[in-house]
Design a binder for this molecule. Structure first.
Ligand code: F6R
Length: 569
């Protein structure tokens, strides 16, 4: 979603700001803008579309201090007017904002009473006006007072017209990281935009001041918790980040297995919470969790859990799954779970994320940076980290340790899905079906497919097909059948027959010859441990989606309308 990058330096900072914006592109956005100190004071340049359009507009401009933003529209349509930065009514400040201001209507009314009218449809603009209204001459205390008046989530970076070369920042429930690098101070909503920098995590509600030589927070020089960030991600010779990340799965899975502690298994009832693919990972692991604990387990969408009846926990553990650790729905679900008395365990890929700081206990996936918006190695490593919380008997542990080799084999085998692309190219709707663990994988396969191909797709529990969705099956409808559990062969064959009787074209992703031969096409997989199979069976579905999307010339790494980290509810 929206991204922020700001830099104040001794030399030109504009090209570094543009590079930072490019590093944030993967998060998803629809417009971009920058505010900076130019020759004649503060300047704003904005553009709808890609950062390259903004870069073109910036032409030969230079600056030593600026803030910028990639916007993913929530309040108001995609247009230059609504694009950040926003300027206050008298030009005292310019700012960029990530998050959602919940008392926006109330503050807008207050501004109107003071004779200030808003000119955009955003909730962010009111923050700039409020700053100018409350301004006491000191940007740090003023921004602190503005922050106190705001409800909701925010990461704000601000330039004050009277404080050339300085950036002021504050955050609450929205990430903002500060960095130091070669006589420059930087800030960003995502560490990916701050490669090779010493990082500092800004605490909630504290106002930071950045200038070329240093950073202070509420008057105190800031030099604790320094962490060195990674170097900038690159495609390593692959055409896209997504393809690179699909191929990185065996190593990512191996790293995640190596990180599983020897002790600390969950024994009681578990509730698995997450959104999108993270929810699918939870759902796909329910059979494994129930087998290991011998107790009931459930996976719920985080956004539904927060709206459900607030029944108190009865000794259960809530496991919160989130690759980014910044998903607003999952963070709210974590707060709600704590309120209801659950013990909370987080599974995230980002050790410094908001979720990692909010939960009682952490487990980390070791996927490494995932740049493509559609997750691949993020999903498979979640399955492994989840398994690591429960699996304890020797046979299952051995099965867990076999996953990297299996993933290696299946990544190679999945290249064959390129030959199946023709089945999907003109489909009106594509179906993915499976039972038990394969059901979670079917949902993930359908999500991956629609995300990057833009062809409608539905993931279904195989048994549900006949209860309604079968009306959509017509001659040539592609149906991908996932089956990695020997106990489900008979039932799967029945589903295949039902689809074929209506003219559907079936594609098996299976380790069983009976299922493979019953289908029109098949990708034959090696024997898999059924309960851990989601970490493997999803790989061909990722690759299939990738090949169909590239055949359709989609922007695979940055699909339209999507954001990598969804920081609004
Ligand atoms: C899809 C995808 C999303 C995320 C969802 C939750 O490819 O990545 O469905 O899984 O937005 O994000 P996290 O896992 O960061 O909480």
């Amino acid at each position: 979603m929206c991204g922020i990058i700001g830099i104040t330096a001794k030399t030109d900072a504009l090209s570094a700001i543009v590079s930072g914006l490019k590093a944030l592109e993967y998060r998803g956005y629809d417009s971009a803008g920058v505010a900076f100190f130019g020759k004649n004071g503060l300047r704003i340049v904005k553009a709808v579309g890609r950062v390259s359009a903004l870069e073109e507009k910036l032409g030969e401009e230079t600056t030593t201090c600026g803030i910028s933003h990639t916007r993913w529209a929530t309040h108001g349509e995609v247009c230059e007017k609504n694009c950040h930065p926003h300027v206050s009514f008298g030009g005292a400040c310019m700012l960029v904002h990530n998050g959602v201001i919940e008392n926006y209507a109330e503050l807008k009314k207050y501004l109107l009473e003071k004779g200030v009218t808003c000119s955009t449809d955003t909730d962010s603009e009111i923050i700039a006006h409020l700053y100018e209204l409350l301004c006491d001459g000191d940007p740090v205390t003023t921004l602190g007072r503005v922050a106190n008046a705001l409800e909701g989530s925010y990461a704000i970076a601000l330039l004050s017209a009277l404080h050339k070369g300085e950036i002021f920042a504050v955050r609450r429930s929205s990430p903002l990281v500060i960095g130091r690098r070669d006589n420059a101070s930087l800030l960003a909503s995502d560490v990916t935009a701050l490669p090779n920098a010493e990082l500092y995590y800004l605490e909630e509600g504290r106002v930071a001041r950045l200038w070329a030589e240093g950073v202070d927070v509420m008057g105190k020089r800031f030099h604790s918790n320094a962490i060195q960030s990674l170097s900038a991600p690159d495609k390593n010779g692959y055409d896209t980040f997504m393809l690179k990340e699909i191929y990185e799965q065996p190593q990512a899975i191996a790293r995640t297995i190596a990180d599983i502690p020897k002790k600390g298994r969950i024994k009681g009832e578990a509730l698995l919470l997450g959104c999108g693919s993270s929810y699918h990972a939870g759902l796909a692991c329910i059979p494994l969790v129930e087998k290991c604990t011998g107790r009931h387990a459930e996976a719920l969408l985080a956004s539904e859990f927060i709206c459900s009846h607030a029944l108190p926990a009865n000794g259960q553990t809530a496991i919160l799954l989130s690759q980014s650790g910044e998903t607003a729905d999952t963070l709210s679900a974590c707060a709600e779970a704590k309120k209801r008395g659950y013990k909370t365990v987080g599974i995230t890929n980002v050790e410094t994320s908001s979720l990692a700081r909010a939960v009682d206990e952490n487990r980390f996936t070791k996927a490494g940076a995932e740049i493509a918006v559609a997750t691949t190695k993020g999903f498979t490593t979640q399955i492994v980290a989840l398994a690591g919380l429960f699996v304890k008997d020797e046979e299952s542990l051995r099965a867990l340790h076999s996953l990297p080799t299996l993933a290696e084999k299946v990544v190679r085998l999945s290249e064959k899905t390129a030959e199946l692309v023709h089945i999907f190219l003109s489909a009106k709707c594509v179906f993915f079906i499976g039972r038990k663990s394969d059901y979670g994988v079917a949902l993930e396969g359908a999500l991956k497919f629609k995300e990057i191909t833009y062809i409608p797709s539905i993931g279904l529990a195989s048994g549900e097909l006949k209860h309604g969705s079968i009306s959509l099956i017509e001659k040539g409808s592609p149906v991908v059948v996932v089956c990695a559990d020997g106990k489900l062969i008979a039932k799967t064959l029945l589903s295949v027959a039902t689809v074929k009787a209506r003219g559907g074209v079936t594609v098996a992703v299976t380790c069983f010859e009976e299922v493979a031969t019953a289908c029109d096409y098949a990708l034959r997989l090696p024997a898999l441990p059924a309960d851990l199979s989601p970490a493997i069976t999803v790989i061909p579905l990722q690759m299939l989606s990738y090949y169909v999307a590239t055949a359709l010339r989609r922007d695979v790494d940055k699909p339209r309308n999507l954001a990598k980290s969804v920081t609004v509810e």
